[in-house]
Design a protein around this ligand. Structure first.
Ligand code: AMP
Ligand code: MN
Ligand code: MN
Ligand code: MN
Length: 273
């Protein structure tokens, strides 16, 4: 079975519209799917009433939060999109993103890049604004050569544009998903560059707050990485999830769809309770 429980549309920083994303998923043979935009379910809501035959679409979102001073992502799956705990958290996160954008723009202005807020908002169009939109604006203005340079020098983890002050805690976003009837999934656990001790500690805190699963596969990764995540899930008795983290089609990035056999026999996929 081909599944994909981590993807992005134009409602956040993906390049396909929600309709295009579903069509591409079907074309890739995906039968179980979720659109998990950053801090918004607008993309999911656009297509939730017109799902192509043969595709099961779960509600989905990727929530931003902070743990140990690091920006962490928690994917929520199968929640009630109208649950007060979810709508309140999404409102709060939209506000946080708006405030964060102002701070990022102020910091970029100090580095000689004026007009970043207006620029990034224009790139985001009616989607949830994020650092990738700032990066694209910086490229278009000639401040950096490409998006990679924008993240390496200004926007990536620990750089001036990595503003975490406005994010809720890991426990808060995890509880919001659980209270909305959804499954909280720790997104790409190895992306935070934690030591093993810290990664295990974070995952324990996540589980204590109601976290149910960790992403065993996120886009392209090495067998060594999958082995660490297998141990994490087994030792902490967590379910697992699989996702491409697809943003757009390009030669260095993952395409849509993950073979569910990647889970093997010892681990179990997340499921709705
Ligand atoms: P934000 O949601 O605004 O905090 O931005 C985080 C997003 O930026 C991630 O979901 C990625 O899509 C993207 N991103 C993070 N690091 C990089 C990078 N080094 N190069 C390109 N995109 C990145
Ligand atoms: Mn993204
Ligand atoms: Mn993420
Ligand atoms: Mn993602």
């Amino acid at each position: 079975m081909i599944v994909d429980f981590h993807t992005h549309s134009t409602a956040s920083d993906g390049e396909l519209s929600p309709v295009q994303l579903l069509a591409s998923a079907v074309a890739a043979g995906v039968t179980q799917f979720a659109i998990t935009d950053h801090d918004t379910i607008d993309g999911y809501l656009k297509v939730s009433k017109q799902v192509p035959k043969g595709l099961r679409l779960y509600s989905g979102v990727e929530l931003s939060c902070v743990w140990g001073g690091v920006n962490i992502h928690v994917v929520g799956l199968g929640f009630d999109p109208e649950a007060p705990a979810m709508t309140a958290m999404l409102d709060r996160l939209s506000e946080a993103r708006a405030q964060r954008s102002v701070t990022i723009a102020e910091r970029l202005a100090k580095k000689g890049m004026a007009g970043a807020l207006e620029g990034a908002l224009a790139v985001a169009a009616d989607g949830q604004v994020g650092r990738p939109h700032f990066a694209k604006w910086m490229v278009s203005e000639g401040h950096v050569a490409d998006v990679n340079e924008a993240f390496d020098r200004f926007l990536g983890q620990g750089k001036i544009g990595d503003v975490k002050a406005f994010w809720p805690t890991l426990a808060e976003v995890t509880e919001a998903i659980a209270q909305s009837g959804g499954v909280p999934v720790l997104a790409h656990p190895l992306r935070y560059k934690f030591t093993r001790t810290k990664l295990w500690a974070m995952t324990k805190d996540f589980k204590a707050a109601g976290g149910k699963a960790v992403e065993l596969l996120n886009g392209r990764q090495t067998p060594d990485e999958t082995l660490i995540l297998t141990r994490l899930a087994k030792e902490l008795e967590m379910r697992v999830s699989l996702g491409s983290d697809f943003h757009r089609s390009w030669r260095y990035g993952p395409e849509l769809g993950v073979d569910s056999r990647a889970i093997g026999t010892e681990l179990k996929m997340w499921e709705l309770s």
